[in-house]
Design a protein around this ligand. Structure first.
Ligand code: HEM
Length: 561
């Protein structure tokens, strides 16, 4: 027979078990409720997450998944997750309504080898340093009055581009348009920032360019090590040390260029009207009343960022294989290397856009002829198109806008959420990485008629679509058109990029006839990864050569390298 004591213990046990079960059920219920409010996500496979659903072009793969899972979805690779936004309404929520909350970019884990740690503008957290640098960009370094002082540099580099293409004709050499356009943007930005060219002479900038490329290749190889997790600290391959070595060499070189600039300034040789970006940055470095004390590392890092841009293809020495794609996706989700600094800014962005513009124009003879006719009418046959002609060339402007819509140079814009918030009915947790897929936004059939077709006319005032270029300026306030991002972190180099691109594409259309062998088309397949490069940039040969300056016929003989 049970004693009162036993009964008491039995009752206590019963109460304890019931309390445990109730606690467990409430927790599970609450967890499932909060899980339910996370953004929808495709079914994942253990360990790899969603890797099996991703094709070679990341932005396109995310676009296809978004068609199924909605404009805000969660993607996972291993233990890392990110949220992908894919339409104008969600982009507006991130870039405008909750701009402050999304004004940082993720921190970069394996940057222990980056000697300018803490001096990176493009990836800086939203705060005093970033605000100061951004203000500097917008009011001085990349402001239109400063850019206007260097119109002659951009003009000279455009003439050199035309001469170089013409040189290929004279010497019967093949013309690799992609290299020509990269040289144009590298040289232009290098001269504007440090008064030195990157190619065509054996000066420092050529060496800097080589060093930056080496650094990026080593950083790419290091990301392989990141997959080893904590074991990467052993740096088995020695790439970490090699990277530090290359960065130190870059540092010595730029230090010398800085010293030369300082000596010139001391002797009073710097013309007031001809200060390059380095002169301006040094002036602020020496200014005791400046809002924020700039360090020399800030200057070196900023110039590294804005002078050179290499996409992943350039720095990772790996074939376009699944491993390569895996690495890219890994980097995207874990941000293990400092590629975003360089990826977003600088030169390759503009040169890629010009290549796409030429590819689209060559494949669309009607658009090409319309642009040539416009230039002939406004500029005439005796001189090259120049920047001051651009306000009178609406079709040229429409061509570049349409090119950036179809082929944004930065198709996935990376931000980070500062505090828990709600978007599109879903909870986004603090520190979540958010990718705005502007490739998908700018090809959304809800926003654009025939979204995959190259139709520059849609940007003309007379267009039936009634878009009008005035509604599509580059401040990112029209959330279906975001080639330069939007909000506080929007691209500060948009004006410079447009100045370079309009004049160069205009000159290439004005001076040369381009055609593809056997009446074929330029292959407009997009390259793998999250870069926006062509998979097979065309190389051209010359058919005929008539005029010393204007009019050559150029034909693509090789589609791809
Ligand atoms: C076709 C050419 C270009 C395109 C399509 C482009 C696009 C972009 C995009 C999408 C972003 C991210 C914006 C965001 O988060 O909302 C960005 C950021 C940036 N771009 Fe550009 N860009 C181009 C050219 C340039 C040039 C020529 C420079 C300067 C020399 C430049 C400097 C920067 C910098 C410094 C940032 C980082 C801004 C920040 O984090 O606050 N870009 N760019």
């Amino acid at each position: 027979m049970a004693t009162p004591d036993m009964l008491y213990y039995l009752l206590f046990l019963l109460w304890f078990i019931t309390a445990l079960l109730v606690h467990f059920f409430i927790k599970t219920f609450l967890k499932s409720r909060s899980q339910n409010s996370l953004p929808p996500s495709p079914p994942a496979i253990p360990v790899i997450g969603h890797l099996h659903l991703i094709g070679s072009v990341l932005a396109k793969s995310f676009q296809i998944l978004a068609n199924r899972y909605g404009p805000l979805m969660q993607i996972r690779l291993g233990a890392s997750t990110c949220v992908v936004a894919s339409n104008a309404a969600v982009a507006k929520e991130i870039f405008k309504n909750q701009d402050l909350n999304f004004s940082s970019r993720p921190e970069f884990g394996s940057s222990e080898y980056f000697i300018y740690r803490g001096s990176r503008f493009v990836t800086a957290q939203y705060g005093d340093y970033w605000r100061f640098m951004k203000k500097l960009c917008m009011t001085r370094l990349l402001a239109v009055p400063q850019l206007d002082k260097f119109t002659d540099i951009r003009d000279e580099e455009k003439v050199k581009l035309v001469e170089s293409v013409m040189g290929c004709a004279r010497e019967g050499k093949l013309c690799d348009l992609s290299s020509e356009l990269t040289a144009l943007t590298n040289n232009t930005i290098c001269r504007m920032s440090m008064s030195t060219r990157c190619s065509g002479s054996d000066n420092d900038a050529d060496q800097i360019k080589r060093l930056v490329k080496t650094c990026l290749q080593l950083a790419g190889k290091l990301s392989l090590g990141d997959i080893l997790g904590p074991f990467r600290i052993f740096d088995f391959s020695g790439n970490g040390n090699k990277l530090v070595g290359a960065l130190k060499e870059y540092d010595r070189l730029v230090e010398r260029i800085i010293t030369e600039h300082e000596e010139k300034a001391k002797k009073g040789f710097v013309e007031r009207e001809r200060k390059d970006l380095m002169d301006i940055l040094l002036e602020i470095y020496n200014d005791p009343t400046a809002e924020l004390k700039l360090s020399k590392n800030d200057i070196k890092s900023f110039l590294l960022v804005s002078s050179f841009s290499f996409t992943l293809q350039n720095y990772v020495d790996l074939p376009h294989s699944y491993i390569y794609l895996f690495l890219q996706l890994w980097e995207l989700l874990t941000s293990t290397i400092c590629v975003q600094d360089i990826f977003f800014a600088g030169t390759d962005t503009s040169s890629a856009a010009m290549q796409w513009a030429m590819g689209e124009l060559i494949n669309s003879p009607k658009a090409f002829k319309k642009l040539r006719d416009e230039i002939n009418t406004v500029v005439g046959p005796d001189r090259l198109v120049k920047e001051s002609d651009v306000p009178n060339l609406p079709y040229l402007r429409a061509v570049m806008r349409e090119t950036l819509r179809l082929h944004p140079s930065a198709p996935l814009i990376i931000r980070e959420c500062a505090e828990d918030c709600k978007i599109n009915g879903s909870v986004i947790k603090a520190k979540t990485r958010v990718l705005v897929n502007v490739y998908a936004v700018m090809r959304d059939p809800e926003s654009w008629t025939n979204p995959n077709e190259f139709m520059p006319e849609r940007f003309m005032e007379s267009s039936e679509e009634k878009i009008g270029e005035h509604q599509m300026e580059f401040k990112g306030q029209n959330f279906r058109y975001l080639p330069f991002g939007s909000g506080r972190r929007g691209c500060p180099g948009a004006s410079l990029a447009m100045m370079m691109m309009h004049a160069a594409v205009g000159a290439l259309v004005q001076c040369f006839d381009w055609e593809v062998k056997d009446g074929k088309k330029v292959d407009l397949t997009q390259g793998p990864g999250f870069a926006a490069e062509m998979a097979h940039p065309p190389v051209f040969e010359f058919l005929s050569y008539r005029h010393p300056l204007l009019f050559c016929t150029v034909r693509s003989i090789r589609i791809g390298r």
